[in-house]
Design a protein around this ligand. Structure first.
Ligand SMILES: Nc1nc(=O)c2c([nH]1)NC[C@@H]1CN(c3ccc(C(=O)N[C@@H](CCC(=O)O)C(=O)O)cc3)CN21
Ligand SMILES: CC(C)C(=O)C(=O)O
Ligand SMILES: [Mg+2]
Length: 264
């Protein structure tokens, strides 16, 4: 059966964890669907893992449309979520709408935008016009040059309070999901408990409603530096990609991933 927003909401209410992975093409979409992955993220991390850039900033709308269309063609069950890339939504509400609409026309069922309080009005604008939005808070890789590196966010009490307030405001504006990247597990837990919409974590501990990893990280094929939150599932007794993805889904659903060594 096709995964919808209602499926995800029910999973949160039932305490069933959501397994999400990035996906960039039709063949992997088919494989991940068979393995039971609930959400496919066409992430702008494709800038790193597909294109070989050192950040996500060079990724264009045309790149995102191309990969979103490919994934959508290979998907039967999972919900298809696509990142709006750098500089495709920050300039104005009209810019955000036009580019979100292009991803939806390519086959996305929800779009993801990076930003906290500053994106509340944009979320409202898109949702009012029928486009489901996932808000990405905590570490926002499109802002790497502002942070001066990929660092844990929300470590001080003041920063944690801002994160909590932002999450509530984004939900109030209509966000269907909140993704938290590299935030202390205790902060992600508090936010997850305060929201009715599902939360997805990457480097955000175990007490969120779902997990996401970059596909090429969890398969161990990405040659770059591995973040603390990455686990290679293509190891031990697993000798196939299908097996590794099934092990990931099982670990997320069974609460055996992430552990403390993957959390902050
Ligand atoms: N392959 C890949 N995996 C990702 O998770 C990912 C991308 N690419 N591209 C876009 C962003 C960039 N991300 C990153 C990149 C590096 C770190 C990293 O090096 N983290 C270190 C430093 C922690 C610190 O200084 O506090 C770590 O040990 O986790 C984290 C997230 C997450 N996203
Ligand atoms: C790491 C996830 C959350 C992402 O935004 C991406 O893959 O681009
Ligand atoms: Mg991204």
């Amino acid at each position: 059966m096709k995964t919808t927003l209602n499926t995800l909401l029910k999973m949160k209410q039932d305490g069933q964890k959501i397994a999400m992975l990035t996906c960039y093409d039709a063949s992997f979409a088919h494989l991940l669907d068979e393995a039971g992955v609930d959400i496919f993220l066409i992430g702008d991390s494709l800038g790193n893992v597909i294109q070989g850039h050192t950040s996500t900033l060079p990724v264009t709308m045309d790149d995102m449309i191309y990969h979103t269309a490919a994934v959508a063609r290979g998907t039967q069950k999972a919900l298809v979520l696509a990142d709006l890339p750098f500089a495709s939504y920050q300039a104005s509400h009209a810019q955000a709408y036009e580019n979100a609409a292009k991803l939806m026309a390519a086959g996305a069922e929800m779009v993801k935008i990076e930003g906290g309080a500053v994106m509340v009005d944009t979320v409202d604008f898109l949702v009012q016009r029928g486009i489901p939005v996932c808000a990405h808070i905590g570490l926002q890789p499109q802002s790497v040059h502002l942070y001066g590196g990929y660092k844990v966010q929300g470590k001080t009490e003041t920063e944690a309070d801002i994160l909590k307030r932002d999450a509530l405001a984004l939900q109030a504006a209509g966000a269907s999901m909140v993704l938290m990247e590299m935030v202390p597990a205790s902060v992600a837990k508090a936010i997850t408990e305060s929201l009715t919409v599902p939360t997805i974590g990457i480097g955000a501990g175990l007490d969120v409603d779902g997990q996401v990893l970059v596909l090429y990280d969890m398969l161990g094929v990405y040659p770059g530096k591995k973040a603390r939150f990455v686990k290679n599932f293509m190891s031990g007794s697993v000798h196939s990609i299908q097996g590794a993805v099934e092990a990931y889904v099982k670990a997320v659903k069974g609460l055996t991933f992430p552990t403390q060594e993957h959390s902050f």
